[in-house]
Design a binder for this molecule. Sequence first.
Ligand code: FAD
Length: 509
Amino acid sequence: MLTWRRLHVKVRAAHAPLTSRLVTRQHAWTHGHLTSCLKLSTSTALRKDFFKDVETTFVEMKKKAADALPSSNWSPFYINPNLPPERADIVIVGGGVMGWSIAYWLKKMENSRNGMRVVVVEKDPVYTQASTVLSAGGIRQQFSLPENILLSLASADFLRNVNEHLNVYNEDPVDLQFNQSGYLFLANEKVAHIMEENYHIQSQFGAQVSLLSPTQLQERFPWINTDGVALASYGLENEGWFDPWSLLNGFKRKAISLGVIPCTGKVTDFDYTVTLAHMYDQDVMVRRVKSVKVQMPNSPEYQPVECAIVINAAGAFSAKVTEMLRVGSGDKYSIDGIPFPVEPRKRYIYVFNCPDGPGLDTPFLIDYSGVYFRREGLGGNYIGGASPDEENEPDAGNLDVDHDFFVEKVWPELAHRVPSFEKLKVTSSWAGFYDYNTLDQNAIIGVHPLINNMYCATGFSGHGLQHSPGVGRALAELILKGGFETLDLSVFGLDRIMKQEPVLERNIL
Ligand SMILES: Cc1cc2nc3c(=O)[nH]c(=O)nc-3n(C[C@H](O)[C@H](O)[C@H](O)COP(=O)(O)OP(=O)(O)OC[C@H]3O[C@@H](n4cnc5c(N)ncnc54)[C@H](O)[C@@H]3O)c2cc1C
């Protein structure tokens, strides 16, 4: 078959004699002088002009067509060279940190090299809205649920040794900029007993945390105003913050090097079968995905990818994925009427400067008011914020930042706790979406009972980044080995959603 370039050259060659003949005759007629015409007829410059003219005409036609359309950045349709394969073993919807971590672990655990075809579909390759890159980058062991504590411990170990896992031959090492520094939780009288209970659970499961009285707190961090503080808990290891972008890219680069296929496109629909089953004392429709419809960017072109398993790692928008399979649309008293409980909730992060603020040993401080801050690099820079009350959730239809929220809700608490912050100056800000689980603000990990070949890893509500290494490994085990092996995360299964039985984590920010 001729390539486009070879075809083009042939067309040019076929046109050349014709062009020179036309030029010859025209010049002969205009000037009545054959000799000069013959000279002109051999000129390649004129032949070039012909094609230049055609190209100019084509560009003009394209511009006219573009002007006639409502959008000015119109471009003609083209054959997309990056279509996903027509068949895959596993399609992962969402190429955030979770999707790529799962992809990495699946390939790492496969029995024979290239034995399994894994495709990661991501609609936004520059990640303008992904929670991963808009997060605060924190990792802590101070949770109340043993599974969350153990996940953090596993992740901290992974992060500390990241290049043993994610190194790629001949590429630069992953630089996570892991700043190891404790989280400092402050409790008032009302919640001090919960802090103490959490401390016992944390210690039991191997987390290194110390409890501080207000006097000890003052001695350790003299810049803190201890008014209202009854107790503090301070993480002694495996806590801090790191660069989320580097972790996401590290997983992605390694997974691709192991054979995972990246695809830029949007999952817009599924082809699936439905069978009747009896579960939870009801007759219910159970779906099975046959293929995933992937819409290509800036194009009406799409590719159905037949697959055995789908993984829903679409973060804050993972409910949209289950909606495509009509889950949650049944009778509201049946389990088929239970919507997938994940929605985007907007959270702001403010960057501020305060030359007289606390120094290098500043922890990731979480006040009992809900306000938090940590150091950001050197030179008196910090980031901070707070979650709004349930009744005052901001519009999640955009990522605009509310600056009044800082002035009214965040700054007064910051300045109360750290008096030098009275003089801070906000230098920038951003907003991101929590993948908020409305049932219990905890992870949703496992197979969907109503879609028997869809696995989920979502709903992390503010702690998904730090748990991505452990969750990726756990989900890969569940899929490839038929059960959790290293860490039993069945508590986060979807059974609790069907039964509407929350599994509460008391340390949610
Ligand atoms: C302000 C803020 C602060 C946070 N701070 C922390 C923190 O300190 N520590 C911590 O551990 N966590 C934190 N988090 C939470 C953490 O960022 C998330 O839990 C985690 O990043 C979730 O990762 P993900 O891959 O599931 O989601 P995402 O990063 O959102 O990735 C999901 C991807 O799916 C893609 N997608 C969605 N639908 C489709 C579709 N139909 N087709 C194709 N692609 C699709 C999206 O484009 C997106 O890129 C914070 C979050 C926010 C917003």
